[in-house]
Design a protein around this ligand. Structure first.
Ligand code: NAD
Length: 479
């Protein structure tokens, strides 16, 4: 990896602009390197390289050959796992153990989609007498990918692997606040056997390189993960050149706990679902809806578990690390301060290690409840380790609350009543529903994506391969 360079056409290329952006360590607030703040000409070069690969060496490979290269890539990720995890922990502030788990998931994306590359079968359709109809899945050509900073390495796999598996060539713009792992990974592409141009990575700001990519006429499909605000911009840019996109946006995901729930099982899962990655998870379980008759018991047990959460530097390997940037830290802290000012009771707070660097971007995980239904904390995405608890009266009330935000990404129902699991579960507006369990971002095999302000389109599983490909219907008259 060359400092300040992009990865284009199988090699490191200096940006055609001169601007750079600092790489900042969230645990200390210190800059430790820089990336290129790339310009439109860099994006042009990356898209041209991808097009040439798609029209050439990459596009000529069979699905099996593509899959083998992807499987080799997975093996290289496993070989370099320790170094990749160290890169990720430093760049994002993730606890070391979490960073290592993220690299395991990243390798698994390439393993899964490497194996799936030659299994995206089409179909035949019975039609008129004397005809045969086949529906085949074809790649779009060049896909553009814009990522956020919260799971940079995992998302490199989540967004690129299914697109490559179906045969697209890809151009990725990682988040300006966390580009290190994407660059390190790009450096493994040619060793795995990807032809030059199959994978390209261009760093830089959203308004610069990001907008240049989403509006590029040479891009055939866009995949965006990030905030709803920017998602809207991307969709409009795509509309300008008549391409479609998947949007993986935010969430305010509810966990609904009934009085008959197994609390021994539920409590640790509920805590993990909000503190995972310091709450910077689109599918974090950030609203806890509790049946009123069990409210006191649930919050008492939850408060004990929450007060036990420790926050520290990556090497301390606590449950939470710092927040990604000073700006996000201030945003999360503002939510906490406003909720306190509104008089919402603080039920418990986690503890920041006393030896954590005061210049690091730390926030103490905070449990609030009961949160009024119209309060920001009950409706807005905090994207930090803040859990809002709200009581509900009955099943209908639980449903109204669960569906009462603009989001719809993940939800969970905790109850031993099997009929209620289904009756309620079928009505909750969500892309994924968990029953007596929760998996923020879990399961490479499981289709994932939102509705409403959480976005549209599906990633993960075979669903992602469908989204990254387009069908062609072939009608043959054989008489
Ligand atoms: P963001 O939307 O600010 O940035 C995401 C990416 O978009 C970055 O790479 C950024 O450079 C780029 N970008 C910004 N402005 C752009 C523009 N005008 N044109 C093109 N690209 C542009 O989001 P963030 O701050 O990185 O991440 C936090 C948000 O992302 C949260 O709301 C969170 O819920 C959401 N998120 C969703 C998922 C998911 O899978 N659904 C995953 C992670 C994060």
């Amino acid at each position: 990896m060359e400092p300040g360079c992009n990865y284009i056409e199988g090699g490191w290329r200096a940006s055609q602009g001169t601007a750079t952006l600092p790489m900042i360590e969230p645990a200390t607030g210190q800059a430790y390197g820089h990336i290129a703040d790339s310009v439109a000409q860099d994006v042009d070069a990356a898209v041209a390289a991808a097009r040439a690969a798609y029209d050439g060496a990459w596009g000529r490979l069979t699905a099996t050959e593509r899959g083998r290269i992807m499987s080799r890539f997975a093996t290289l990720i496993e070989r370099d796992a320790a170094s990749l995890a160290a890169t990720e922990a430093r760049d994002t502030g993730k606890p070391d153990g979490v960073a290592r788990a993220d690299i395991v998931a990243l390798a698994r994306y390439f393993e899964f989609y490497g194996g799936a590359a030659d299994k995206l079968h089409g179909e035949t359709i019975p039609y008129l007498d004397g005809y045969m109809v086949a529906v085949v899945h074809e790649p779009y050509g060049v896909t553009g990918h814009i990522l956020p900073w919260n799971y940079p390495a995992q998302m490199f796999g989540r967004t690129l692997a299914p697109s490559l598996a179906v045969g697209n060539a890809v151009v990725l713009k990682p988040a300006e606040d966390a580009s290190a792992s994407a660059l390190q990974l790009a450096g493994l592409a040619s060793e795995a056997g990807f032809p030059p141009g199959a994978i390209n990575v261009v760093t830089g700001s959203g308004a610069g390189a990001g907008a240049a990519l989403a509006s590029h006429p040479g891009v055939d499909f866009m995949s965006f993960t990030g905030s709803p605000q920017v998602g809207q911009i991307i969709q409009k840019l795509c509309a300008d050149h008549f391409i479609t996109c998947t949007l993986e946006l935010g969430g305010k995901s509810p966990q609904i706990v009934f009085a008959d729930a197994d609390l021994d099982a539920a409590i640790p899962v509920i805590v993990k679902a909000i503190i995972q990655n310091s709450g910077q998870t689109c599918s974090a379980g950030s609203r806890l809806l509790v049946e009123r008759s069990a409210y006191d018991t649930v919050v008492a047990r939850l408060a004990v578990a929450f007060a036990d959460v420790r926050v520290g530097a990556p090497a301390a390997d606590r449950a939470c690390g710092p927040i990604i940037t000073a700006k996000q830290q201030a945003r999360v802290q503002q939510f906490i301060d406003r909720a306190r000012a509104d008089g919402i009771p603080v039920l418990a707070e986690g503890r920041i290690d006393p030896d954590a660097d005061p210049a690091g971007f730390y926030v103490a995980p905070t449990l609030f409840g009961p949160v009024p239904r119209d309060n920001d904390l009950a409706r807005e995405e905090v994207f930090g380790p803040v859990l809002a608890v709200l009581p509900f009266d009955d099943e209908a009330d639980a449903l109204a609350l669960a569906n009462g935000t603009d989001y719809g990404l993940v939800a969970a129902i905790w109850t031993r009543d099997g009929a209620r699991q289904l009756r309620l579960g079928r009505k909750v507006r969500t892309g994924q529903l968990f029953v007596n369990c929760y998996g923020a971002g879990a399961g490479i095999e499981l289709p994932f994506g939102g509705t409403g302000k959480s976005g549209h389109g599906r990633e993960k599983g075979f669903a992602a391969m469908h989204d990254f490909s387009i069908t062609k219907t072939i009608v043959i008259h054989h008489g």
